[in-house]
Design a protein around this ligand. Structure first.
Ligand code: LMR
Length: 329
């Protein structure tokens, strides 16, 4: 027979350990692939600050930058497996989960970041946050980075024909693949963490990136020319695992939602500033030449990639394309 005092001891120990467990903060891992001094890097840190301030002792947000926890090949899987709770992939990286988000990759879709912001905030844009619901993915917010610039290891980069035959690193997007094929170049899908080395060693000749990614990855040190093409946007969807999110206690979910709204405002305000700052830093570094383009040159790029729209309009939906175009007004 087990003495009563022993039983009591075990009961007390169990009670204490479950009380201790109940007091443990919920760990929220937020993993991303860029540097901390970028719009996404800053947004993630702001989310940590706001979430932990709003839910003291209840949540701990752990931010992992620079692909140190998961690179972009693995982060979606990790999210679905519950190994990470929040990620913010570029809108170009959702091909496998929904075709609708391809709208954001169509070349020259948005005239500027304000137009993109208007579309994301519109009912159609907000609905897209739920476009991967059936896959267990919930969109929490859009975060801005900036417009992409074309860069190569050549001295001349003015007209679309200047990139014919060159190899380009692209994100894992079928639209971006079609864009470069349309221009007679050879696109190659590579993880973000591999871009610097691929450019440095000549595995690829060029890439397309916003200023903040070029600067923070030092890509201007391994490219000769960066043309100010502004031919597409690089923005993010902050996503979570919907099973995990829906299973959170009500007060925690509400607190995280509020922290996300604050972080979104912060990151989106900073994005333009950071990209302007980094363009200037690249100019000051004097390594790659920044090639400005005339209206006529830009029109030539626009014309050259126009057929890409028709290729994807069936998958994306004409209706959605019309709504996105309307945001340029
Ligand atoms: C890229 O792969 O070029 C970008 O999506 C990286 C990022 O997250 O900004």
């Amino acid at each position: 027979r087990i003495p009563a005092v022993k039983v009591l001891g075990v009961c007390l120990a169990l009670a204490f350990s479950s009380a201790a467990l109940a007091d443990q903060p919920i760990i929220v891992k937020f993993s991303h692939v860029v540097a901390e001094n970028t719009p996404k890097g800053q947004g993630a840190l702001k989310f940590k600050e706001l979430a932990e301030a709003a839910l003291p002792g209840k949540v701990e947000v752990q931010v992992f930058s620079n692909s140190q926890l998961f690179g972009d090949g693995k982060e979606m899987e990790a999210l679905l497996l519950g190994d990470v709770q929040i990620i913010a992939p570029s809108l170009a990286k959702f091909d496998r989960y929904t075709k609708q988000l391809q709208i954001f990759d169509l070349p020259f879709m948005f005239d500027d970041m304000d137009a993109l912001d208007r579309f994301q905030s519109s009912p159609a844009g907000q609905e897209l946050l739920d476009s991967m619901k059936s896959k267990g993915i919930k969109g929490l917010a859009y975060w801005h980075n900036g417009l992409k610039q074309m860069s190569t290891n050549k001295d001349t980069l003015v007209r679309p024909e200047d990139i014919k035959g060159l190899k380009f690193r692209i994100q894992s997007s079928d639209v971006l693949e079609a864009q470069f094929r349309q221009l007679g170049a050879n696109p190659q899908k590579l993880a973000f963490s591999e871009v610097y080395q691929a450019l440095q060693t000549g595995v690829v000749d060029g890439a397309e990136n916003p200023w903040s990614n070029i600067y923070s990855q030092k890509l201007h040190e391994v490219q000769k020319t960066i043309a100010v093409t502004n031919h597409g946007a690089l923005d993010y969807m902050v996503i979570t695992n919907s099973g995990w999110w829906d299973g959170l206690p009500e007060d925690i979910r509400a607190g995280l939602q509020k922290a996300m709204a604050g972080a979104t405002e912060h990151a989106n305000k900073l994005a333009a500033e950071i990209n302007d700052r980094d363009r200037q830093r690249i100019a000051d570094a004097g390594k790659a030449k920044i090639q400005t383009l005339s209206k006529r040159d830009i029109a030539a790029w626009r014309e050259a990639v126009r057929p890409v729209w028709a290729k994807f309009s069936g998958q994306i939906g004409e209706d959605l394309i019309a709504k996105a175009r309307a945001s340029n007004a």
